[in-house]
Design a protein around this ligand. Structure first.
Ligand code: HEM
Length: 413
């Protein structure tokens, strides 16, 4: 956000910080950005930008640390080159900080809020800021980090209560070097009105931070169209795979159920599916093949399809599968509102329409030096005419760089 200019619409949250040239600037000193990009960029895909991943990282991080829900929109586009400099530094004057936030589209009161919300976490490290934090020689704090408040891993209004009560140890408020006490200058710039309101009300602090964080994440370059607010699907299938074993189609995958319900150990989960011949089937999803993760919003339980022996569900290969739905404790769970009856389409063929497969292609994702994803396609024509023919599937095998890939296409009945 710090690189944004409301006048000309340049800069903003576009992952330009991933470029070494930007990280090398004095305003971005330290290893924090490289560490963050290193962790988050791996979650980006060809469909989701690194910038969206950074935004989602903040949304998840704040919530996991006990903070508020932050509305998330998608659609950020990764910059192809570094942005203009503009990250505020602690030795700058109050006037230059006010001007910097105004350039990014934020008022003075919003600046106070943003700095307080950000500095409820973490602190200042000695290595990049030796003129702010002394070496601590503490085996419990090997990086010599002076924290902004006493609960540096937790989202709470202690950044404000400790500042107002005069007990704060914030290195940017009561640091030994007054030139770099930027939090002191910023927090006090409205006579402490904003900070006092935060200290008086954890609820106000939380709701204000949610709004300000959302605006920070949505500060994007001109022309980028963000989506409506995105919320997690309550039910989401994944890792769907088919393997042909003689006349049997092994169907593996899982479904992640994310509900604001208290976890029930004896929940009955059912997978329902329809085949190409119009018949419907069901199979109980075994509790022994499920695992749960607790999120701030509730529990996400993932069920794997198939048997205890890691095999998949055995389907009749000639009938295949067209779509599936899931039922929990007798209630249909679908893509949108529970019970709305929208099922999940399943493609069980390499090529759905033509009887003869002329070519297949394999897509490979590659990342460039700045972690950006590109996609290359390799075409494979004319399947081997001597390949074994199954009654339900046409099968052929490819060898690419020594790795064997087996392809299959459902024959029309
Ligand atoms: C005038 C504005 C600001 C100044 C001068 C400033 C300065 C700093 C400095 C010097 C550090 C220490 C970095 C390090 O040791 O590597 C820091 C850390 C941090 N800042 Fe700010 N900051 C400002 C605004 C913000 C804003 C708006 C946010 C977010 C909304 C934010 C979030 C953070 C966080 C989370 C850390 C902790 C990083 C960690 O512990 O790894 N800051 N800030």
């Amino acid at each position: 956000m710090a690189t944004h200019n409301v006048e000309d619409g340049t800069g903003g949250l576009d992952a330009s910080i991933r470029f070494a040239e930007e990280q090398a600037r004095a305003e971005n000193v330290g290893d924090g950005f490289a560490n963050t990009i290193g962790v988050l960029s791996g979650f980006s895909t060809r469909y989701t930008s690194i910038a969206d991943t950074i935004a989602l990282g903040l949304v998840m991080g704040v919530q996991f640390c006990g903070g508020p829900r932050i509305p998330f929109r998608g659609g950020r586009i990764d910059a192809t080159e570094p942005n203009s400099p503009g990250v505020p530094e602690p030795d700058q004057t109050l006037d230059s900080h006010i001007a910097s936030f105004a350039r990014q589209g934020f008022t003075q009161e919003e600046m106070i809020g943003l700095v307080a919300c950000g500095h409820t976490f973490g602190g200042v490290q000695h290595d990049p800021f030796p003129n702010i934090v002394h070496e601590m020689n503490d085996t419990n704090n090997t990086q010599s980090v002076a924290h902004f408040d006493t609960t540096e891993l937790h989202f709470d209004n202690n950044i404000a209560t400790e500042y107002i009560s005069g007990t704060t140890q914030n290195p940017l408020a009561v640091g030994f070097n007054d030139t770099t006490n930027s939090d002191k200058r910023i927090f006090g710039s409205d006579g402490n009105v904003t900070m006092r309101s935060f200290a008086d009300s954890p609820e106000l602090f939380s709701s204000r931070c949610s709004e300000l964080f959302a605006r920070m994440l949505d500060t994007v370059p001109k022309g980028v169209q963000l989506s409506e607010v995105i919320t997690p699907l309550p039910v989401k299938p994944g890792r769907i795979e088919f393997k042909l074993d003689g006349d049997v189609l092994q169907f593996t995958g899982n479904v992640r159920v994310f509900l604001d319900l208290a976890e029930k150990s004896n929940r009955i989960a059912l997978l329902l599916w329809s085949d190409h011949l119009g018949a419907t089937h069901n199979s109980t999803l075994l509790p022994s093949l499920s695992s749960s993760i607790n999120y701030p919003q509730g529990t996400a339980t993932s069920y794997r399809f198939g048997g205890e022996d890691a095999s998949g569900l055995s389907l009749d290969a000639a009938a295949g599968i067209v779509n599936m739905q899931f039922m929990l404790d007798g209630k249909l769970q679908t893509q949108q509102d529970a019970g709305a009856g929208v099922d999940f389409a399943v493609q069980d063929a390499v090529s759905a329409k033509t009887a003869k497969v002329k070519s297949v292609y394999i897509e490979t994702e590659t990342r460039d030096d700045s972690s950006h994803i590109g996609v290359t396609e390799t075409d494979f024509f004319s399947p081997d005419p001597n390949a074994a023919v199954n009654s339900a599937y046409t099968i052929w095998t490819l060898n690419i760089d020594g790795v064997k890939y087996t392809m299959g296409k459902l024959c029309p009945s």
